[in-house]
Design a binder for this molecule. Sequence first.
Ligand code: SAM
Ligand code: SF4
Length: 333
Amino acid sequence: MSSGVLSDRFGRRISYLRLSVTDRCDLRCVYCMAENMRFLPKQEVLSLEELERLSAAFIDRGVEKIRITGGEPLVRRDVLRLIERLGGRLGRGLEELTLTTNATQLSRHAADLKAAGVRRVNVSLDTLDDAVFERLTRRRALSLALAGIDAAQAAGLEVKINTVALKDANRDEIPAMIEWAHGRGMAMTLIEVMPLGDVGADRFDQYLPLSAVREDLEARWTLTPSPMRTGGPSRYMTVAHTGGVLGFITPLTNNFCDGCNRVRVTCTGQIYMCLGHMDRIDLRAALRGPDPQRDLARALDLAMARKPERHGFDISGPGQAPAAPRHMSVTGG
Ligand code: SAM
Ligand code: SF4
């Protein structure tokens, strides 16, 4: 039975866990979910205690950073308790505890997140326009999200804005969003839409390559490549006009798998070794079995042996099937 640090057969050390705590969400973003999503019954979802034990197993195998995600993590009622308990591992194996959120519930939780040891949150926001927000998320909640961002900054949390670039939806608005984010001292990262799950729309109609966005931006501003690296797939540029940092995540136009340091676990305890593949291993069975410590260690070894070299996303033409028939809200982005 192995108990060493997690590393895969390509020599990549796995130090980053993205842990989904729920598949539920209060929004229905058009690129993430179908309008009528069916959510999991509660008994399928890991309990707070199971999530904590699972996280501890990863920390004991060298995971230094955990990002809590979903669905929308803040719609899970006991998520703050989990975050507080994981916060207790900060400085004891865990170096960073973060959260990705749509910010609609952040007003209520920002101060408690800060008190639990969270320093930074990623907020997903694709527009600052009420009508576009409603069209993209199928909900009227922009003011809630903006209030959540205000509260997070007031509580002293560092906020990074993640924006999915979408053809015909927010292309023209991106420069104004960059000015807004940088003006408030927030870094921003642009993301290409990935073909995950059937969302009732053709991905080709949503897909806007970031190479095109970059051309738009370079026509008006000077962008300088930044040496900044955060161990993730983002490549950064400094925007001279705003003085801020802009990240680009380009799964389609650039493959970013060489330096992959992460795995994802769903709220039902399925570990996905790659966002773009369906292969998974059931950690819940190990957790709920007769010898969780042994079985979890074996399952994690197996996961490392099966982590693929790279994803295979492709939206080069219309009418293609999803790369993985699993929604982003399942694996948590
Ligand atoms: N609900 C939270 C949120 O929106 O921040 C956390 C979960 S959400 C699935 C995580 C991230 O995945 C969000 O930034 C969202 O924009 C992104 N996302 C969802 N579906 C995507 C897709 N098909 N392609 C690219 N990004 C996607
Ligand atoms: Fe919910 Fe986040 Fe998916 Fe939007 S991207 S539907 S906020 S999980």
